[in-house]
Design a protein around this ligand. Sequence first.
Ligand SMILES: Cc1cc2nc3c(=O)[nH]c(=O)nc-3n(C[C@H](O)[C@H](O)[C@H](O)COP(=O)(O)O)c2cc1C
Length: 346
Amino acid sequence: MILDAAASVLRLFPAETAHLATIRLARSFAPLIPAAPPDDSRLGIRVLGRDFPNPIGLAAGFDKNAEVPVAMLGFGFGFVECGTVTPRPQAGNPRPRLFRLSEDRAVINRMGFNNDGMEVVAQRFAARRRNGICGINIGANKASLDRIEDYRLALARLAPLADYVAVNVSSPNTPGLRGLQDRDELARLLEVLREARAQLQTSVPLLLKIAPDLDGRALDDIPDVALAAGIEGLIVSNTTITRPPSLKSRNAAEAGGLSGVPLFEPSTRILREMRARIGAKLVLIGVGGVASGADAYAKIRAGASLVQLYSALAFQGPGLVQRIKQELLGCLVRDGFASVSEAIGK
Ligand SMILES: Cc1cc2nc3c(=O)[nH]c(=O)nc-3n(C[C@H](O)[C@H](O)[C@H](O)COP(=O)(O)O)c2cc1C
């Protein structure tokens, strides 16, 4: 496919330059790209009060500013998550801050929530053609004196425009942010957000996005607090600050969050742990290292209703989405499942 060829050319450029060019290309040429064919009905799933045509979503961080959600849906994603968006615009960390680890099929980023801020993003997001499911991922500004208030502000502005809201407390690139995963802080944050949602008189689903680097105590606390707070789901997981000894690339020692193939195993393990603690009471979205239909299927069998990916796109190009869906369907048929829903947690 010509777009996959374009993606190979872009890989010759520094990672962030290639990413910005991809967004520009998607924005300019979206109307010319033929939309992906309709999905096989066995890939469809009803969850979070929405009918997803397929369970494969684009993870947060690719389209931070909601510039190309409709173009990305056109590549065949079942849903797209924009963001992370903070209340005020911010530049993020100095460049370079995005690194390919090609030999490891991985990426390290320390972007630091660079984004246009909720006002600009809200206007852009509101103007999109509503032809698919789009979530929005919210966070706090680096210099914020009251991080919980930042989440409340972003929720109030963006939730009315979105199919769901992802509450990102797991980026490793905003110092101290992951502290919001601690029991008391998390309970306070989710209470404030639930109250803010009630005031908006909407039932937009809230999902908490967590890190893969959790100790035994956090593994117990997070599901407890999430269940008590009455949110709808967890996104498992964000990037990892650990570095598996197997990494070969020279960029492996860069600071930031690691994503891609080496994240598959740890993020799937945490997903399985969450499923064991929560059962089917909350919706789980599995993300981390998905690069094939078999990977997506493994996330679903570990307990995910929906799956997301980002890093594999950088290596395989947008044709990956159709391939993953075909392979996933093959896995379901092979194992005698009539639908995605039947395979969740099995
Ligand atoms: C360059 C880059 C930027 C990211 N930015 C965000 C972000 O703003 N918010 C967020 O919740 N996750 C962000 N992520 C994490 C992804 O959403 C995802 O959780 C992670 O990359 C694991 O999936 P993958 O292995 O398929 O890439 C980012 C990842 C990358 C590679």
